[in-house]
Design a binder for this molecule. Structure first.
Ligand SMILES: Cc1cc2nc3c(=O)[nH]c(=O)nc-3n(C[C@H](O)[C@H](O)[C@H](O)COP(=O)(O)OP(=O)(O)OC[C@H]3O[C@@H](n4cnc5c(N)ncnc54)[C@H](O)[C@@H]3O)c2cc1C
Length: 454
């Protein structure tokens, strides 16, 4: 494994380091014809490719990935396969109304189930565990808010699998004075994201999908008979194209109508060294559920298969990203480490082994989107916020239905082909992001002012 210095320099994820040696496929170096070409080899792109090829065994399906499989958010995330959608349920209800929140919850239920069964049915080795997830509070005001969230789930009739956990019970499980209650959702999984995305690659290739790595699409040309995707050393002429670039979408060339779809926000994560048995004994957490807090700038925590804790969040940075751009943030990493040790002072001497970051795709509507772009031959998927693991897997199935021209329960979901509020230009999006971030941080400071001393 690389040392701290290397990981700081590269900012690649723990999962990418931990994967060990990986041999990427060759770049595209010829001119091909395809029925479907997919730009981006993350969860969305690869599951779309596999699902469509499964439906159409004779179809020619090509995936073009700018970097290597696992480079994007799919190889960097925390691996929570959850039912969380967009921002908070209150925000979804405020913006979209109750029925759309209920529909979104149903879609996300299907998303978690779809991801789990894909893993189980295809024997993925991606350390999947279905241990559930808690949403916890540290301060009374947060507790009041999470109680309202719980009541909202009950009022909407979407509280199956959710239970309220009070301070006594939570502290019997997690030996931390900081955690004072919250909601437990039994139906959440965790996975190793880099293994998962490369298992998806294996599955797609087993069905004869052609995957080219280090093959950035540099030009998209629409003609009457085909859409031509140009990469540095070859091109694909396809009948249909899927733009599965999520938070990297501003980098996709020649798609002006994509530029205002979403904006990338960078978020940060750290992972400890493997904990000793004594350290695990000192903190409880025997069932290894994942948990997140209900701060406005939330943190999330989980364990890894080799006995570490990984956690992240607490802040985000808006940047004009490039597909290759890394944005190290020592300040955010220090914040994560301090927060982990604030919850668990027992771990004050535990070493942080890796630090990294990655982009999440946010949009003005606070909900994901799958849309045709100017032309029914081009489908775009993005705006997954920080909740895209299960969602992007199911979106792959939904996009396959759209490619097949099938009207299904999935293609009827309201994120499909909806009119999205456009994001403003780069500078305004950046300023808006900074203002929103400051406001959320002030909200957290206010709610936690009686329990914090850092
Ligand atoms: C730090 C972090 C933690 C997260 N934690 C969670 C979590 O715990 N749970 C959760 O639900 N979600 C989480 N997310 C969000 C989740 O990771 C994403 O929503 C999801 O991975 C998106 O998958 P995707 O396939 O749509 O995009 P990506 O995985 O980003 O794939 C897009 C790909 O497109 C490629 N690309 C870009 N431009 C081009 C081009 N011109 N030509 C060819 N290829 C191109 C990129 O290289 C990239 O590989 C997290 C995100 C981050 C960054």
């Amino acid at each position: 494994m690389a040392n701290n210095k290397d990981s700081l320099l590269k900012s690649t994820s723990f999962w990418q380091h931990d994967y060990g040696h990986y041999t990427p496929n060759l770049s595209l170096a010829e001119n091909l014809k395809a029925d479907v070409a997919i730009i981006g080899g993350g969860f969305t792109g690869l599951n779309t490719a596999w699902q469509f090829k499964k439906d159409n065994p004779n179809a020619r399906v090509v995936v073009l990935e700018a970097d290597i499989i696992g480079f994007g958010s799919s190889g960097r995330n925390a691996g929570f396969s959850t039912k969380l959608f967009g921002l908070e349920p209150e925000m979804v209800v405020l913006r979209w109304g109750k029925q759309k929140m209920i529909d979104a919850h149903r879609y996300m239920n299907m998303a978690v189930a779809h991801t789990k069964s894909l893993i189980e049915q295809n024997g993925f080795q991606s350390d999947y565990s279905h241990a559930g997830m808690l949403r916890v509070s540290y301060a009374q005001k947060q507790l009041q808010r999470i109680r309202k969230t719980y009541q909202l789930y009950q009022e909407l009739g979407i509280d199956t699998g959710l239970t309220w956990i009070d301070k006594n019970r939570i502290q019997q499980e997690f030996y931390s004075d900081r955690i004072i209650g919250g909601i437990y959702d039994t139906d959440t999984g965790t996975l190793n994201p880099c293994k998962q995305v490369r298992e998806l690659k294996r599955l797609a290739e087993s069905a004869m999908v052609k995957i080219y790595e280090t093959s950035p699409v540099m030009n998209i040309e629409k003609t009457a008979s085909a859409i031509i995707l140009k990469t540095p050393n070859g091109q694909v002429a396809a009948d249909k194209v899927v733009i599965a670039t999520n938070a990297y979408t501003r980098q996709v060339p020649d798609a002006r109508s994509l530029k205002n779809k979403q904006y990338p926000l960078w978020t940060y994560q750290v992972v400890t060294e493997p904990l000793t048995a004594a350290q695990w004994d000192s903190i409880g957490w025997k069932d290894r559920q994942s948990f997140g807090d209900n701060r406005h700038m939330l943190h999330y925590f989980r364990t890894t298969a080799d006995g570490r804790i990984t956690m992240g969040g607490g802040d985000a940075i808006a940047y004009k990203t490039g597909a290759k751009l890394e944005i190290p943030s020592p300040m955010n990493w220090e914040h994560c480490e301090a927060h982990l040790k604030w919850i668990y002072p027992q771990l004050k001497d535990v070493r942080i082994d890796y630090r990294w970051g990655g982009p999440v795709s946010v949009n003005a509507d606070m909900a994901p989107e799958i849309s045709f772009i100017e032309d029914e031959r081009i489908i775009y998927s993005g705006g997954c916020f920080g909740h895209g693991v299960s969602l992007s897997h199911l979106n792959g199935r939904t996009i396959a239905d759209l490619l097949n021209n099938n009207k299904t329960e999935l293609t009827d979901f309201w994120i499909v082909n909806r009119k999205c509020i456009p994001m403003p230009g780069d500078m305004l999006s950046f300023i808006g992001g900074q203002v929103a971030r400051k406001a959320l941080k002030v909200g957290d400071w206010w709610e936690e002012r009686h329990v914090r001393n850092h």
